[in-house]
Design a binder for this molecule. Sequence first.
Ligand code: GLN
Length: 544
Amino acid sequence: MTKHIFVTGGVVSSLGKGLTSASVGMLLERRGLRVKMQKLDPYINVDPGTMSPYQHGEVYVLDDGSETDLDLGHYERFTNGPLTRDSNYTTGQIYQTVIEKERRGEFLGQTVQVIPHITNEIKSVIKRLADSETDVVITEIGGTVGDIESLPFLEAIRQFSLDVGKGNCLYIHLTLVPYLKAAAELKTKPTQHSVGQLREIGIQPDVLVCRTERNISREQREKIALFCNVPLEAVIEEKDKDFSIYEVPLSLYEKGLDELIVQRLNLHAHSLELDDWRDLLHRLRNPQHEISIAMVGKYAKHKDAYKSIFESLDHAGMQHYSQVRVVSISSEQVEAEGPERLLSGYDGILVPGGFGERGIAGKIMAIQFARERQIPFLGICLGMQCAAIEIARNVVGLEGADSSEFNKDSPHPVICLLDEQKKITDKGGTMRLGAQTAQLLPDSIASRCYGASVISERHRHRYEFNNAYRAAFSERGVRFTGTSHGGTLVEVFELAGHPWFVAVQFHPEFRSQPTAPHPLFAGFVAAAIQRRTERTESVQEVES
Ligand code: GLN
């Protein structure tokens, strides 16, 4: 019988429920259990695909093409259980399904209501993950307890334990224990209130994970236990990790969370092996090199907009015992101040994906700078398309070359819509989405990085490289080293005579794990380390 863990959050948002859920998943998986993870989001959008990254951070894409919440990125970085479109549901999707059923006449004669119709639908999407291949389903409820929009989800998970039996469910509530400077103490009252709210709805949490800046004393844990009606050993401290998010699973393990869960749910688990994970943190703490990467994107101040890219660079750094300092630079600022002033001194330049015309000129300037100065360059999706525009204008000599996303009347639309995309007018879920295979040319940077000739990578875009320009580009040193659909779509191009210039139409950042860094990020970081080393050596030569 599959067991269920529900993770809720209280007091404030941004407590790191996703990271905590992913860490729990990882600990259980490493104890030999088959885990599936799921996030239920209370907002009304059908998926986060149409939300601005300002609002919601990056849109994380799965193999099956679903556009999901960025917390699913944490799940995939920490665990190996397969994620599919069943791993992320929103209020919008739940209502859409119920309304479609109502229109089909499935509820004939009934008044369709939040309870039981919406709650039944929520329970059914949770049950969908429970099968004979799965020991534990971890369902994270987005939002904060007390929000109006979370209520149907909380009601559904309350009912769930009645349906499957109390002993088969475990409720973990994440709360905040803030430190008040003026009083010089940690305050437990917000936690008491938040658990109080859950209990009013009928949920008694089994475990409290308390986020805190400072150590919580035993007396304070006893107080929380007493007022919140949980045993002392189930009040787990989760102190802020200034150094790395990859410390979280280790610290939860040290506080005994995995053992507590295994006992409460009566799971058959073996002991835990974490040496490889400790080794990763050791590498992070003891780097042998330090490099700086400039990431030139639209959202310089919103780290969450490029979450998976930051993580992928960290993973590559761990592989090479290197500290990777990533500086987010707004492409509009590059346009205003020029690349020389802003980008000199970096060991690598990365231009990420994106939509819309704002900031494009600065991205193109950054790419020209990387190309001319021989700085390692990785262009991802829109970054690849901007590289094509830059090369078209400045190397191939195609004046006015552009993407038809930004200029419908360009004389040289080097990036354009495929015929099948031209007919589509809806915005949500209508791009080229999800995993697709590509062939790599032997003797290319890409095939050396991957050590393979066929790869599978995730996509999220509408526009493509325009094949009418392939010959002109090839004549000027562009190598189309990766293609898909029998060679018809450009997936990767590189530049002859440049040490490391790789532009990819897909999103490698959705495939990197700390224990398995993505080969392209690993190659990019290695090239940046090499450049740093060569520059240091040439400075030393000049000085001696
Ligand atoms: N806007 C571009 C397209 O739709 C690139 C998308 C992206 O970078 N994810 O093709």
